[in-house]
Design a protein around this ligand. Sequence first.
Ligand code: URA
Ligand code: SF4
Length: 187
Amino acid sequence: MYETWEELEKSINNCQKCKLCKTRQNIVFGTGNKNADIMFIGEGPGADEDRLGEPFVGRAGKLMDLAFEIVEIKREDVYIANIVKCRPPQNRNPEDDEAKACMDYLRNQVILVKPKIIVLLGSVALKNILGKEYGITQARGKWIEKKGIMYMPTWHPAALLRDENKKADFINDLFLVKEYISSKSEF
Ligand code: URA
Ligand code: SF4
C-alpha cells in the first residue's frame, strides 16, 4: 500500500507480476480526477488502449463518452481504471490469476481516490470486486453498499456496441449515479 500517487505509479513501472506483461505494449494505469466522487472500473485495455496507454479510448470508450455527454458527466471529473492494467491477448477476459496479481494496484487506487461511488462496468469488474456470486444481468441498475462505498453495476460499454437495447439501461444507470451525487452535494 502506497501513500502517494507518485509511489504507486512508480511501483507499476515495468510490472511483471503476471503473464500479460509479455504481450502488452503499454501499461494502462488509469486516468482522471484523483479526488473524484465517482470512479469507473472496466475490465482491461483493448488494442487502442494498449497502444495509447489510456483507458477507454477505443470504440467502447467513444460510446461511453457519448453517454457521459447525455447525463452531463465530464470525463475529467471522474477517475477511470481497469481490473487488469495490461491487455489480454485477443481481448479475452482476464484470467483469475491475472486479476488477482493486478488487484493490489486497483485497491490502492481506490484508497487514494476515496470515491463515494464506484461504477462497475460489466461482469468482469462486478465479479472481481464484489464476488463471483453476482451476475451482471441481475445486479445492474441496483445500488450495492459495501464498506461505505456505493457500487453501481452496469453493462460494459462494449456490450452496448453488440446490443442496442442495452444503451437505455446504461444511460439510466448513469442517471442514478448523477442523481445520487446531486442529492449528496450541499448548496
Ligand atoms: N474495455 C475496458 O474494459 N477497458 C478499457 O480501458 C477499454 C475497453
Ligand atoms: Fe502487472 Fe497488472 Fe500488467 Fe499483470 S496486468 S503485468 S499484474 S500491471
